[in-house]
Design a protein around this ligand. Structure first.
Ligand code: PLP
Length: 431
């Protein structure tokens, strides 16, 4: 069980940090970090197979800070913002950079709020449509679009009105499921819908790419009825699914805007909405501005992040790692058919679904035990959606570190199947 020093640090945390600040199920206190490793308060290095929930896509401490005085964006134009916006615009699927505008912000949730405002201002309509199981953030606007189980609370209702959710269909959905979803949409009166704001790949529900037919039908409905089409790529942008943006996995879909965040600022808070000029210009000066949005230091760090991921050979190496990860996870699935229920995901974003092997124990408890044992062995992952483990390594992870991570998961699963993980560890599990 946990080290005395760690327990004492966790007590100190509980005495001063608000409980809503983090969702922590492990006796982990982070004292530092380097490359793909978190270093805990006992000096132990732990591989972070979540890349800091994709906030640190190149691992920790790789992009060093520069001497850019951080000045707030809303009150002046800034060279670094313009440079970063230009570099991002080059990646817009099918549009020329001059057809694109970028608005910077501070976090993904706030950028989703901006997307809601843009959809409404652009169309003059109110309804926003999203999908069951989507995660879009925790501000009052973005949380209204978040139907991931357990994230919406009646205690802070009423939420934003005029938000509607459709049943999500991933790649495994049947034709009937998709027809049913589209029928629900048809009842909604297309002419009253301002925008679709959707996750291309549902991250927190297990890395589930939207079904190709659903995506392309939605897009064509949007085009035919003047509905804004916005994709939330806060988690999936920057080659995590293969192409620069996950939406590029869907042929001929050109969204009105793409929302980015997390590692965009190379480790400093930064988000962006990037979209068609006409769409983006539907908000006027300061209608979605924040004092620290797009500050020069974050944009400078964002440029360095792009320098690395656009660099020669980066994608090729990443693609090789993606194959290794997929092969490795498939092997785990085969080796542990009792404990691994299935594998979902794409590229460098996978969910490993765990099931219980013990009478009376829930799948959630089983997933927790595997996660806990992996942590004891030096691998950090998190349990989401109750019984699946998040596997989203940093994009530049070494082959050896990745192999080590997979080997730890293998041991943790074997220990779980053999009943070698004590029930005592469940005391750390959040309900
Ligand atoms: C898909 C998606 N959208 C939005 C957000 C919210 O971003 P932030 O936590 O920066 O507010 C997240 C965060 O996990 C996310 O994964």
């Amino acid at each position: 069980m946990a080290d005395e020093k760690t327990l004492s640090n966790l007590r100190a945390d509980g005495e001063v940090i608000a409980s809503y600040q983090h969702l922590s199920e492990l006796p982990l206190v982070v004292a530092g970090a380097h490359g793909p490793y978190l270093t805990d308060d006992t000096g132990r290095d732990i591989i972070d197979i979540t890349a800091g929930a994709c906030t640190m896509n190149l691992g920790y401490g790789i992009l060093k800070g520069e001497e850019y005085a951080s000045f707030p964006f809303p009150y002046a134009s800034g060279l670094k913002q313009v440079e970063l916006a230009k570099r991002l615009a080059r990646h817009y699927p099918c549009l020329k950079p001059e057809e694109v505008r970028v608005g910077f912000g501070v976090c993904g949730s706030e950028a989703i709020d901006g997307a809601i405002k843009l959809c409404r201002a652009f169309t003059g309509r109110k309804k926003i449509v999203t999908f069951e199981g989507d995660y879009h953030g925790t501000t009052l606007g973005s949380v209204a679009l978040t139907t991931l189980p357990g994230r919406i609370s009646d205690r802070f209702a009423p939420l934003l009105p005029e938000v509607y959710t459709l049943p999500f269909c991933d790649e495994t959905a049947s034709e009937e499921d998709i027809d049913e979803c589209l029928l629900k949409l048809a009842y909604m009166d297309y002419e009253t819908i301002a925008g679709f704001i959707i996750e291309t790949v549902q991250g927190d529900m297990g890395m589930l790419p939207m079904h190709q037919r659903l995506m392309s039908t939605l897009y064509h409905i949007a085009k035919s009825w003047g509905i804004a089409f916005v994709v939330d790529e806060v988690q999936m942008a920057f080659y995590r699914t293969g192409p620069f943006f996950a939406i590029e996995n869907y042929a001929d879909v050109v969204p009105d805007a793409i929302v980015m965040g997390k590692s965009l600022g190379g480790g400093i808070p930064l988000s962006a909405i990037m979209g068609r000029k006409e769409f983006m210009d539907s908000l006027g000066p300061c209608e979605h501005a924040f004092s620290m949005a797009g500050n020069s230091e974050a944009c400078a760090r964002g440029l360095k992040f792009l320098d690395v991921i656009e660099g020669a050979g980066f994608r090729e190496t990443l693609e090789a790692r993606m194959m290794e990860l997929y092969d490795g996870l498939q092997r785990l699935e085969k080796q542990h058919p009792r404990a691994v229920s299935h594998l979902t995901g794409i590229g460098f974003a996978f969910g490993l679904w765990i099931k219980s092997v013990k009478e009376g124990e829930s799948d959630a408890q089983a997933a927790f035990k595997v996660m806990y044992r992996a942590f004891e062995l030096g691998l950090y992952t998190m349990r989401l959606g109750s019984n699946w483990l998040r596997i989203e390594p940093s994009l530049n992870i070494d082959r050896e570190v990745l192999a080590k991570a997979l080997s730890i998961l293998n041991t943790a699963l074997a220990d779980y199947e053999a009943g070698r993980i004590s029930d005592e560890v469940l005391t750390w599990m959040l309900k």
